[in-house]
Write a protein that binds this ligand. Structure first.
Ligand SMILES: CC(C)(COP(=O)(O)OP(=O)(O)OC[C@H]1O[C@@H](n2cnc3c(N)ncnc32)[C@H](O)[C@@H]1OP(=O)(O)O)[C@@H](O)C(=O)NCCC(=O)NCCS
Length: 170
């Protein structure tokens, strides 16, 4: 199994695994009420939780890829995450993304999710990739649509019903 601790590079963004140097940014992102609003996940409540989450993130070791930190090339700042996650309960892979609000509305999620989907097909040779989103999350739905994903029913995930979007290997 190959391990991809670095993901795709786009015009504006580099993708790489989070490290413990990112604890503060990871905590700010994953405790921000606006960011977490439609994610279905509880916000982090301390930097220590962020440290644990980064330290105990198994995906690169178990499946070789995961959610990557998104680093803005211009400044070197971690501005969010985007990446592919294997979901054992569904035996599927989904694309997921989350950014600080000051970077919303600039096409960044569309740019990174397209690149991650291409990586999934070209490098990982996946057959299909899902996008799971709460129906209220209109911005996220728009991003999934802009990547070419098509809605295909609903799925119960983490105790909530999410809309299921899907794109097949070209
Ligand atoms: C969802 C999110 C990643 C989008 O990031 P982004 O970089 O702003 O996305 P983009 O700029 O690439 O595209 C956003 C699209 O949604 C549209 N949009 C934004 N807010 C919207 C709203 N409230 N209603 C409808 N459309 C909206 C934008 O107009 C744009 O579409 P357009 O290009 O056709 O105009 C960002 O809002 C975020 O981090 N949200 C919090 C975390 C989250 O919910 N993640 C997804 C969990 S499934």
């Amino acid at each position: 199994m190959n391990t991809y601790r670095s993901g795709p590079t786009t015009d504006r963004i580099e993708h790489r695994a989070f490290t413990l140097d990112d604890c503060e940014a990871f905590y700010r992102l994953n405790s921000h009420p606006e960011v977490m609003r439609f994610t279905g996940e509880p916000p982090l409540s301390s930097i220590e939780e962020a440290r644990q989450a980064i330290s105990n993130y198994p995906d690169f070791e178990t499946v070789g890829y995961g959610r990557w930190a998104c680093v803005l090339k211009d400044t070197g700042a971690v501005i969010g995450f985007c990446g592919l996650k294997y979901l054992p309960e569904l035996d599927e892979v989904d694309v997921g993304f989350r950014f600080f609000p000051e970077y919303w509305g600039q096409g960044i999620a569309t740019e990174t999710s397209r690149a991650c989907i291409d990586f999934g097909f070209d490098v990982l040779k996946l057959q299909r990739i899902l996008g799971l989103v709460l129906s209220e999350n209109t911005a996220s739905i728009r991003v999934l649509e802009k990547t070419g994903m098509i809605r295909n029913g609903e799925v119960e995930y983490d105790g909530e019903y999410a809309l299921k979007y899907q794109i097949n290997r070209p």
